[in-house]
Design a binder for this molecule. Sequence first.
Ligand code: DP6
Length: 324
Amino acid sequence: DPVSFSAAAPSNIALSKYWGKRDAGLNLPLNSSLSISLAEWGTTTRVEPARDGTDAVWLNGARLAPETGFARKVVAFADRFRRGQTLPLHVRTENTIPTAAGLASSASGFAALTRALAGSFGLDLADDTLSMLARFGSGSATRSLWHGFARWERGTREDGTDSFARPLPEVWPEFRIAIVRVDTGPKSQSSRDGMGHTVATSPLFAGWPAQAEADCAAIEAAIEARDFIRLGEVTEANALGMHATMIAARPALAYLKPESWQVLDRLWAARRDGLEAYATMDAGANVKLVFLEGSTSRIAELFPDAAIVEPFGAAAKFPGQPRP
Ligand code: DP6
């Protein structure tokens, strides 16, 4: 029977993006992706047997109504471990991502839940298996099981048994991420719906999977060579290329807002002045910047409200890729 077990996982930002599924049921991607985890920004989840005999889910201390989307997803995910047995669970999720950052937490949420459920059920699973299980919750969760850089290999098998992420061994202590929050207005479309719509209707999507595969390889090589400029150039081009496929969807899917473009303009002007920082954007209006330690004061001047994360800082417990 399950025991009480707690686990944590960091959130992550893709440098080369996952956009498009080849199998929605197994949640298999059309292309590989590569990310950097956000150290102390993430999720801690506790799973325990329900003494009252009823499944229940808490988010940041508040008990959720069972019909809310998040509670249903968590319970459905737990069913993968219960395999038809009646084992009611209490799941308590705490996000350590400041809400002011405006970041989604499904990646760290499902990674932490996967580790917590595996621990609760006493399963000593290999990393590959944990990452594959996390994939069923959310694709980006495959990459959130570790700190540092991680690469999710798309795989080629139809059953998805070769589609999981692995951590890259490189430690790059000077690496920094800044999250520049943009006023997002009404909630944007979920990644799941957005990528489905892009794949189905965007005439620009045909070129995406091969380009994304090439970008992943280029970024991995740039990390190995500690070639920050190359990493930044490919990261920014990859994000803009993904957004171009969305904008060409019919009707258009536009996550970026005028304020996002203002941030990009300010960044590009500073780059002409020699700043070495590059942008990436996901299924929302916020802009994330990648840069090295030496550019921190310049970034803080340009974007005073940005939150700065040290992916290889003390909270990430390096070296050695320990489990979060
Ligand atoms: C733009 O992992 O949220 O952030 O697998 O449908 O849950 P599902 O999608 P999700 O998509 C993330 C999309 C992205 C790029 C990325 O993180 O690679």
